[in-house]
Design a protein around this ligand. Structure first.
Ligand code: PMP
Length: 377
C-alpha cells in the first residue's frame, strides 16, 4: 500500500495504521463469526467479549481501581457537559458546581452547566497575566490552583486538562481538600490527552473523554467515575445517560456505539504493544520536544502558550507573517502533511500530535517548516 500522508487533525484524528488494517481485515467476518462487528447484537456473546475486553484493557492501561466504573457512553464531550451535572450536581443540597475556565472547552462546560444549578467560575485565564516574568495572552496559561475559589458546598469543581484549541495542558490536578473543599470532587474533561501519559485517576471523581482523538472513532465517550458518586442523578436526567444505570449494565443499558467500542478496543491493544501509557508518553515527549524546540529556535514561527503548560498533544503556532498562511497550508498539504489549519478563534496553524502520530511525522513537519522558513525568511 502507498505510504499514507501524516494527518495532524485535532479530531476526528489519525488512528494507528495497524488498527485500521486489522479492522479492514475483520470487516466482513469477525473471528469466523460470519458477521461484521457492526452487525452483531450488543447482547450476543461475541460483542460481550469485545466490550468486556476493551474495558479490561482500558482499566489496565490507566490503572483504574475497582472502586471506579469505566463506561462507554455516547454524547461526546459536549454531551458530557450536560450529562455530568445531571448526574452529580444533585449530590449535595446546594446544587452547586465550580468551574476553572482556561479556554474554549472549559468555557463551554461552564456555560452548559448553568442550566442545572448554581454554577460559578472558580478561576479563569480570560485576562492577560504576567507569569514568571512572561506576558501571557488570555487562554495561554493555567490559573494557579492556589488562586482557585472553590466553594466547600460545591458538588464538584471542573477543569479541562488539555484545552485542544489553545494548546494548554495541565497535569497538576489538585486534591480538592487542598483547596479548602474536602467534600467537593474534581471532574476532568481529558478528551484530547487521555491515554497519552500516566494519569492519577484517583485524584478525580469523574474523568471523561470523547474518543475521536486518542481512543477511536467519534461516537464513543469514555467516562471513568468513582462508584460512590453513582446514584445521584437528577430526576430529569435521561435514563440512557444515568451513570448508575449505565454502570449497572456494563455500558449496555441501551445499544452502545458497538463499532466504535470495537475500534477503541483495538487501539487499547495497540497501545499495550507500545509499552502502555508510559511507553507512549516517552514518544509523545520526544515529539513535543522536537516541535517546541524548533519553534523556540526561530522568530519565523511562535507558540504563545506559557512553557509550563504547553500541550504535548496540540501545538498551535503562528507564522510571523500571517499573509503566508495560505501558502504554508497548501504546500504542507502537497508535501503530505494534512489538516494543519489552526482553529478559527486562534488563527495560524495547529499540529495535533496524538498517540497515533509517529516521531517521523513530527520530524517531517519540522523539516518542512525549516524549508519553508528558508525560502521565505
Ligand atoms: N472537550 C474537548 C477538550 C474537546 O477537544 C472537544 C472537541 N474537540 C470537546 C470537548 C467536544 O467534543 P464533542 O465534539 O465530542 O462534543
Amino acid at each position: 500500500m502507498k505510504k499514507r500522508p501524516y494527518n495532524f487533525s485535532a479530531g476526528p484524528a489519525a488512528l494507528p495504521e495497524p488498527v485500521l488494517q486489522q479492522a479492514a481485515e475483520e470487516m466482513l467476518d469477525w473471528h469466523g463469526s460470519g458477521m461484521s462487528v457492526m452487525e452483531m447484537s450488543h447482547r450476543g456473546k461475541q460483542f460481550t467479549r469485545i466490550c468486556d475486553e476493551a474495558e479490561a484493557d482500558l482499566r489496565e492501561l490507566l490503572s483504574i481501581p475497582d472502586d471506579y466504573a469505566a463506561l462507554f457512553m455516547q454524547g461526546g464531550g459536549l454531551g458530557e457537559n450536560a450529562i455530568l451535572p445531571l448526574n452529580l450536581i444533585g449530590r449535595r443540597g446546594a446544587r452547586a458546581a465550580d468551574f476553572v475556565v482556561s479556554g474554549s472547552w472549559s468555557a463551554k462546560s461552564f456555560k452548559e452547566a448553568e442550566r442545572y444549578g448554581d454554577v460559578r467560575m472558580a478561576a479563569g485565564s480570560q485576562s492577560c497575566a504576567v507569569i514568571d516574568g512572561c506576558e501571557q495572552a488570555p487562554w495561554t496559561y493555567m490559573p494557579d490552583p492556589a488562586t482557585w475559589n472553590v466553594r466547600p458546598e460545591a458538588s464538584f469543581v471542573h477543569l479541562c486538562s488539555n484545552e485542544t484549541i489553545g494548546g494548554v495542558e495541565f497535569m497538576e490536578w489538585p486534591d480538592p481538600a487542598s483547596l479548602g473543599a474536602p467534600d467537593t470532587v474534581l471532574t476532568v474533561d481529558a478528551s484530547s490527552h487521555i491515554l497519552s501519559r500516566p494519569m492519577d485517576v484517583t485524584r478525580a471523581g469523574v474523568i471523561y473523554a470523547g474518543a475521536q482523538k486518542n481512543v477511536g472513532p467519534a461516537g464513543v465517550t469514555l467516562v471513568i467515575v468513582r462508584k460512590d458518586l453513582l446514584g445521584h442523578a437528577l430526576p430529569v436526567c435521561p435514563s440512557a445517560f444515568d451513570y448508575a444505570l449505565v454502570a449497572a449494565n456494563d455500558s449496555r443499558f441501551n445499544t452502545p456505539p458497538t463499532y466504535g467500542i470495537y475500534i477503541a478496543g483495538l487501539v487499547f491493544k495497540w497501545l499495550k504493544q507500545q509499552g502502555g501509557v508510559a511507553g507512549i508518553e516517552a514518544v509523545n515527549r520526544a515529539k513535543a520536544e522536537l516541535l517546541y524546540g524548533y519553534l523556540d529556535s526561530t522568530a519565523f514561527y511562535r507558540n504563545p502558550v506559557h512553557p509550563s503548560v504547553r500541550s504535548r498533544m496540540n501545538v498551535p503556532f503562528l507564522l510571523h507573517d500571517e499573509s503566508l498562511n495560505a501558502e504554508f497550508l497548501a504546500q504542507a498539504d502537497a508535501a503530505g502533511l494534512l489538516q494543519l489549519k489552526g482553529h478559527k478563534s486562534v488563527g495560524g496553524m495547529r499540529a495535533s500530535i496524538y498517540n497515533a502520530m509517529p516521531l517521523a511525522g513530527v520530524q517531517a513537519l519540522v523539516d518542512f517548516m525549516k524549508e519553508f522558513e528558508r525560502r521565505h525568511g
